[in-house]
Design a protein around this ligand. Structure first.
Ligand SMILES: *Cc1c(COP(=O)(O)O)cnc(C)c1O
Length: 359
């Protein structure tokens, strides 16, 4: 086996022990004589898998008893419309426009009510998130929606915005379980698994019960949150393998010492890469320093052709996934929870070497 260094933004690198366990369990899981891909979602074995994943998510995120944890289909993007479809009903909602994903979420919501965009950094290339305390949510907004980490631009909130009297809604796809977060602050929280906690195919959705009381019943059953809650995410066949890997990844997080330890590891890694950018006169970061993401580090040589040479040469040398998102160009290193220190050292070494050759 020769695994290269993977800086992809998602699906992304997963912990090696998790992959090893998963490959064994594909052939036979927990002495059942069946592989994980071949087991019924109604089996006792799968009950334990999904139950374990939910109870670890509850404890890692400090959830209250009145918060429900679901695993739904359709990726984070389905949440962009499923949520307003359920709760908005022509009312008002506040959105923070901090990146492509945040904007798409607001655009979908605008089909179901009035969207107030309280902040936008679109004009400056999504180079920042709002400063803490600078947002005030109108009292008639049902909820405030924000994107905690902007995967494409490379910015991240280092605080949880205050929604005032409104509900707090968050797309946490690309920094989910990457740092300690008080999940009990959120009325609605969702994350596609494929950035930080698993393969693609399932989305973790957390909903408070008071939200469920407001959900529309005039929707296809698959889209009704209360129905999904009453069926424990199994109105139809869920993405069993993806949920199973989330269950392994949450176990791995606990074994590493929980979210505090994960956060320390992530900060050390991000510090090395940002240090390499700031310490050179050759590379520059693409976003405001105070808004920098610990998950997706965006940078550039300032020259599009040189950027292309950078990620292509890196890929030839076994360091893959450094091409910036197609909508913004430049370079991006995604360093989610499972990123290895070897990969970080290889990247930092390559940056110095490329500067020496081409700078
Ligand atoms: C990747 C991503 C999405 C889209 O996720 P899908 O699961 O592919 O729909 C949405 N929001 C954020 C913040 C993302 O990083």
């Amino acid at each position: 086996m020769s695994r290269i260094h993977n800086f992809s933004a998602g699906p992304a690198v997963l912990p090696l022990p998790v992959l090893q366990q998963a490959s064994r369990d594909i052939l036979e899981v927990q002495g059942t004589g069946l592989g994980i891909l071949e087991c019924s979602h109604r089996s006792a074995m799968f009950d334990e898998v999904i139950g374990g994943a939910i109870s670890r998510l509850r404890s890692l995120l400090n959830l209250d008893d009145d918060q429900e944890v679901l695993f739904l289909h359709g990726g984070a993007r389905t949440q962009f419309y499923q949520w307003p479809m359920n709760v908005l009903g022509g009312g008002r909602a506040a959105y923070l426009d901090t990146g492509n994903w945040a904007r798409f979420a607001a655009e979908d919501a605008a089909r179901y009510g009035q969207v107030d965009t309280l902040f936008s950094s679109q004009d400056t290339g999504y180079d920042r998130v709002p400063e803490q305390g600078s947002i005030s949510v109108p009292s008639d907004a049902l909820y405030l929606h924000y994107t905690s980490n902007n995967t494409v631009a490379g910015t991240q909130f280092d605080y949880v915005p205050d929604p005032g009297k409104s509900w707090l809604a968050c797309d946490m796809s690309s920094d989910f379980l990457s740092r300690p977060v008080d999940g009990s602050k959120f009325d609605y929280l969702y994350a596609g698994a494929q950035k930080n906690v698993g393969p693609s195919g399932t989305t973790v959705v957390i909903l408070r019960r008071r939200v469920l009381e407001r959900c529309s019943e005039d929707l296809p059953r698959m889209l009704q949150y209360p129905v999904q809650v009453s069926k424990s995410s199994m109105l139809n066949t869920p993405c069993t393998f993806s949920i199973y890997v989330v269950s392994l990844v949450t176990k791995w997080i606990e074994e590493r010492g929980g979210l505090g330890a994960i956060d320390a590891h992530n900060r050390a890694q991000a510090g090395k890469v940002y240090g390499a950018i700031d310490g050179s006169g050759f590379y520059s970061g693409k976003v405001s320093v105070g808004s920098r993401s610990l998950m997706n580090i965006t940078f550039t040589t300032g020259d599009a052709d040189l950027d292309t040479a950078f990620w292509k040469t890196a890929a030839d040398e076994g360091i893959s996934g450094l091409k910036g998102h197609r909508s913004v160009g430049g370079l991006r290193a995604s360093i989610y929870n499972a990123q290895t220190d070897e990969a970080i050292d290889a990247l930092v070494g390559f940056m110095a070497e490329f500067e020496r050759r081409r700078g």
